[in-house]
Design a protein around this ligand. Structure first.
Ligand SMILES: Nc1nc2c(ncn2[C@@H]2O[C@H](COP(=O)(O)OP(=O)(O)OP(=O)(O)O)[C@@H](O)[C@H]2O)c(=O)[nH]1
Ligand SMILES: [Mg+2]
Length: 316
């Protein structure tokens, strides 16, 4: 018996499979959903929920035949489906993964272990390290890395794959999150909300395989990438306002240096000197304003988190 089997046995002994809901948000995944559901059935999971986004292929039929419960979402988008599903699930633990066969059901214990052992409220499966050749396009990998770097700075976090589809969490923790995003931004919103709500987030390594079929991707790299970056920035105002406001201090400080330089170069011309000195002063004031606003808001945010943590502790 190797070490990973040992660990898997250990994890299994920590939870009852009937306490877990396997959630699969899907849209037109007929070529992969059957195998994904079957693997979970074979492992002994009894609650497999396929949340369908009005697929036009045989996804629902195949999923049902394989042993899943299928529900059709009311609106549109992966986020909308997940928010709807979270309202219905009553199991203690939820494991969520993509139904396109890119995540391995056999790695379920790896993502569940930190949750069932009580170490984490929310676990994400990092796909970057164990990615198979061709799983990411060059553009997707670059975009993922850039977004994760931005997230790490904005949320002072060490997570390396915030856009993964493989998650495990307690239903108690997911109910605490205020989720609104209807599309692919939902994963970012979930992690950001976990940080805002002082939850313990852990990252584990999971395999990432290429899609079997070449379907038209539902994810638009540029449009969705922009939406995700905008969301990271927007959510950071509650968690790290010094970053949210402070980021604007950089261009204004650069403008200050630029106008000072121009003032020095054109110091013999009274008109230019006064114009550039005024502009440099304005830029310096703006720089300080952003830093000051960020610093003050940071104190408020820290106090809020401290109070939130205490209230949570007391109510437990
Ligand atoms: N219910 C539901 N599921 C969706 C919707 N859009 C995508 N999904 C599912 O969400 C999961 C992730 O979507 P993908 O299109 O694979 O996104 P991705 O993995 O970032 O992109 P790819 O590289 O194309 O695989 C898959 O199981 C999709 O079928 C939707 O509108 N509703
Ligand atoms: Mg996918």
């Amino acid at each position: 018996m190797n070490m990973s089997t040992d660990k898997s046995k250990l994890t299994e002994s920590l939870y009852n499979k009937d306490d877990v809901c396997i959630l699969l948000p899907v849209l037109n995944e007929e070529s992969s959903i059957g195998q994904v559901v079957e693997e979970f059935v074979e492992m002994g999971f009894t609650d497999i929920l396929v949340y369908d986004g009005n697929s036009t292929d045989k996804t629902r039929e195949i999923a049902e035949n394989a042993g899943a419960k299928v529900i059709i979402q009311s609106g549109k988008g992966k986020g909308q489906a997940m928010i709807e599903a979270f309202e219905l699930i009553e199991k203690k633990y939820i494991v969520m993964l993509d139904g396109d066969g890119t995540n391995l059901p056999s790695e379920v214990d790896i993502v569940l272990e930190p949750v069932v052992s009580g170490r984490a409220d929310h676990v994400i499966g990092n796909r970057i390290e164990k990615r198979a050749p061709g799983a990411f396009t060059k553009l997707n990998l670059f975009g993922n890395n850039m977004i994760n770097l931005f997230y790490r700075i904005a949320f002072k976090s060490n997570l390396r794959d915030t856009l993964t589809g493989y998650h495990a969490f307690t239903s108690e923790s997911i109910k605490e999150l205020d989720l609104k995003e209807k599309g692919f931004v939902i994963e970012t919103e979930m992690i950001a909300e976990c940080h805002i709500k002082e939850q313990r987030v852990e990252e584990v390594f999971t395999t990432y395989l290429p899609r079997k079929d070449v379907v038209e991707t539902k994810l638009h790299p540029i449009k969705d990438g922009y939406r995700i970056i905008r969301a990271v920035y927007t959510y950071s105002r509650f968690y790290n306002p010094l970053f949210f406001f402070g980021i604007w201090a950089f261009p204004f400080f650069a403008a200050f240096l630029f106008f000072i330089l121009l003032s020095v170069i054109l110091r013999f011309d009274q008109f230019y000197l006064s114009v550039f000195l005024t502009l440099s002063l304005f830029s310096l004031i703006a720089t300080l304003q952003f830093i000051l606003t960020g610093a003050l808001a940071d104190i408020v945010a820290r106090l809020h988190r401290k109070t939130y943590k205490s209230v949570k502790k007391i109510s437990k």
